[in-house]
Design a protein around this ligand. Structure first.
Ligand code: GCO
Length: 262
């Protein structure tokens, strides 16, 4: 039986792929046959990431690289090309969030979120696309967010960045679709990770965090997502199964964006 989801022979780069959602995405791509490369920001994360991939039975290559610095990114992409091969699949996953009421947010905080969550995906895509053009194909998957569509208090920077990466996705689609490069997004809903842990902290009396309760009620699935819920979507968008899907953001959110509430 042909397997249109098979990624054997492909080289994938997952930014921020040492932990959390990035690690789940990398494991998914590796288990579908890709050779996985990832970057992180410290030697400690590198070791932890390599161990996690090994535990999952996935051979991975790790690189310490600050994806907001173009020269460092160009150097990492060149190292990957020399050590592993030309990148076929790029997952722009690395991201941060700063939940600060807008009138209290320093410009530096806003700028830092934009830099990591929007400018870095531009920098890494710009570094990887030439190799994809050489090979005549490529898959770029940008990790967007529900906040690419809706806002929430304290998320001025994050929602601005995630709205921007949705449009960067559509622009890469527009500019390179003719060269057989597909660029799509994955928009996670509320996923149980360390990034959202503060929103799930149980109350002193043991009751659910109000936001935890809110998400459980507002999500038709009635639960938070698990990073594993993102594996199938990333394999689909990285494989030939999605060769005619371009400029699309696939929301993996348990239905929350479709639901007005009772
Ligand atoms: C928040 C959360 C969200 C999620 C996710 C939703 O503070 O509301 O951090 O932004 O992280 O991005 O798609």
């Amino acid at each position: 039986m042909i397997n249109i989801f098979d990624l054997s022979g492909k080289v994938a780069l997952v930014t921020g792929g040492a932990r959390s959602i990035g690690l789940a995405l990398g494991i998914g791509l590796g288990q579908a046959g890709a050779t996985v490369c990832f970057n992180c920001t410290s030697e400690r994360s590198l070791e932890e990431g390599l161990k996690a991939y090994e535990t999952a039975g996935v051979k991975a290559h790790g690189y310490v690289c600050n994806v907001t610095e173009e020269a460092a990114v160009q150097g990492m992409v060149a190292r990957i090309r020399a050590e592993v091969g030309v990148i076929d699949i790029l997952v722009n996953n690395a991201g941060i969030n700063k939940r600060i009421p807008m009138t209290e947010m320093e410009v530096e905080d806003f700028t830092q979120v934009i830099h990591v969550d929007l400018i870095a995906p531009f920098i890494v895509s710009k570094a990887v696309i030439p190799g994809m053009l050489e090979k005549g194909h490529g898959k770029i998957i940008n990790i967007c967010s529900m906040m690419s569509e809706v806002g929430r208090g304290t998320l001025a920077a994050y929602s601005s960045a995630k709205g921007g990466i949705k449009m960067l996705t559509r622009n890469i689609c527009s500019e390179f679709g003719g060269a057989n490069i597909q660029c799509n997004g994955i928009g996670p809903g509320y996923i149980a990770t360390d990034l959202t842990a503060p929103l799930r902290e149980p109350q002193p009396d043991g009751a659910l965090h109000p936001f935890d309760q809110f998400i459980r009620e507002r999500t038709p699935a009635g639960r938070w997502g698990d990073p594993k819920d993102l594996m199938g979507p990333v394999i689909f968008l990285a494989s030939e199964a999605s060769d005619y899907v371009n400029g699309h953001v696939l929301y993996v959110d348990g239905g929350i964006l479709a639901y007005l509430g009772k």
